[in-house]
Design a protein around this ligand. Structure first.
Ligand SMILES: Cc1cc2nc3c(=O)[nH]c(=O)nc-3n(C[C@H](O)[C@H](O)[C@H](O)COP(=O)(O)O)c2cc1C
Length: 241
């Protein structure tokens, strides 16, 4: 490859796409205002164009709003902390997909860095486990978002079904950004996959990949004020010529 050739001039599409990718970030404080159904449908229509293995389109999307969202949030909180009485613990985790076994090397460094950014933003001191737990609970309160989407794949499609759903989640979030809608993907919700299946009456062959809480960002909230970094190409690309 000729390393002297200057990069191609970006097209308007390149610039628009890069702007959206740069603007999207995980929102962890939402305003309560519900979105119009037409806005949600516009996001879903774009995300529906996601590529998938043999065009299987394994994603199914359950969207809870209003009272249904409140009931789901209450379920998630009770799964996370139990009934709230001092002797009650939360439900045992039963995620459909195994969570990371171990964080090593740069993965561990990056995980720590984004965790500290979050804690610094909300004034949580290093090592304050009670405050860590309080912040973790915000996941199950859906960060006060007015809507939550649960993304499931189909069990027989295996890991590639989940990969396709991951692409769908990404496209959902980018499409939402283009409409001024804030999002956060939430694997935390998938910790209680079976309870989610039961609550929404999903088929036994559905597998919960993650949730996406979404709505309008509370832009004044400090938790939304920081942005995470990305590694340079030199850290991730191997050129073979
Ligand atoms: C599949 C997936 C699951 C995630 N699950 C959670 C979660 O449960 N809770 C949370 O606070 N953030 C969650 N995140 C957000 C990541 O922490 C976030 O994307 C990452 O730190 C990069 O920050 P950014 O989204 O602001 O660019 C998840 C992201 C992805 C892609």
């Amino acid at each position: 490859m000729d390393q002297q050739t200057p990069p191609p001039a970006p097209t308007a599409d390149t610039l628009a796409f890069d702007r959206l990718m740069t603007a999207r970030h995980s929102c962890r404080a939402f305003r309560p205002d519900p979105l119009p159904r037409a806005t949600i449908e516009a996001i879903l229509t774009i995300a529906q164009k996601t590529a998938s293995w043999n065009n299987t389109q394994p994603w199914q999307v359950t969207i809870a709003s209003g009272a249904a969202r409140d009931a789901f949030r209450d379920l998630m909180v009770s799964q996370a902390i139990g009934s709230g009485s001092p002797d009650s613990a939360g439900a045992k985790p039963d995620a459909d997909f195994p969570f990371p076994r171990e964080y090593r090397g740069v993965a561990l460094d990056r995980r720590r860095a984004c965790g500290f950014q979050l804690y610094d933003a909300v004034g949580v001191a290093r090592g304050d486990k009670v405050a860590y737990a309080r912040q973790a609970l915000r996941n199950f309160q859906l960060f006060d978002a007015p809507h939550v989407a649960i993304i499931t794949t189909e069990e027989p499609l295996g890991v590639y079904g989940a990969v396709d759903c991951g692409a769908y989640v990404s496209n959902f979030m980018t499409a939402a950004t283009s409409l001024g809608v804030a999002t956060i993907a939430q694997a935390a919700l998938a910790v209680h996959s079976k309870a989610i299946r039961t609550h929404f009456g999903m088929g036994e062959d559905r597998r919960v990949v993650c949730g996406i809480s979404f709505g309008l960002a509370d832009v004044a909230h400090p938790v939304n004020a920081y942005r995470t970094a990305r590694a340079g190409l030199d850290e991730v690309v191997t050129w073979v010529e």
